[in-house]
Design a protein around this ligand. Structure first.
Ligand code: FES
Length: 163
């Protein structure tokens, strides 16, 4: 679904307040970007340009930081991020198959968001639950010993039901 590119003013006012508060820190950029992502949910180029003007840092530097750290995203995310662990233990126990099942179930590829903006499919590294491998994390919930398509579909359906 096409994302609305017209952004309302209120979030920019909140971001301006954050910048005022943080800009005198020794290295404020990452903290400002982190809070900007909390406000907007992602970091589109309009937000990066706004920060660039407010703190007088070239847009190229801001873009470089946003694209370097994988916890920053320039694409809107769904309400729930389905994180599949691709750490070694999970990989050995079939994480790639779990990714395929999720791609089929959600109808999207890794890194994409469903058209209803409910789910984003993402990969993470070891979350320290290797004994439960293969593992996926949705919000604060960790699901382990994933095996069947049916089991994974039921988990997804539970999140669809609560929306
Ligand atoms: S490798 Fe997946 S939880 Fe450790």
């Amino acid at each position: 679904m096409a994302q609305d590119t017209v952004m309302s003013k209120a979030p920019f006012e909140r971001l301006r307040a954050v910048i005022q508060e943080k800009k005198n820190l020794q290295n404020p950029l990452i903290e400002i970007l982190r809070q900007a992502q909390e406000i907007f949910g992602y970091l589109p180029i309009e937000v990066q340009e706004f920060i660039s003007q407010e703190i007088n840092v070239p847009i190229s530097k801001i873009y470089g930081v946003v694209t370097f750290y994988n916890f920053f995203t320039m694409k809107p995310r769904g309400k729930y991020t389905v994180n599949v662990c691709l750490g070694t233990a999970c990989y050995v126990k079939g994480a790639a198959r779990i990714v395929t099942i999720l791609e089929e179930t959600l109808g999207i590829k890794m890194g994409e968001t469903t058209p209803d903006n409910l789910f984003t499919l993402s990969a993470i590294r070891c979350v320290g639950a290797c004994s439960l491998a293969p593992v996926m994390v949705i919000g604060e919930d960790t699901f382990g010993r994933l095996e069947s398509k049916k089991q994974i579909q039921e988990i997804i359906q539970k999140f669809q039901a609560i929306k």
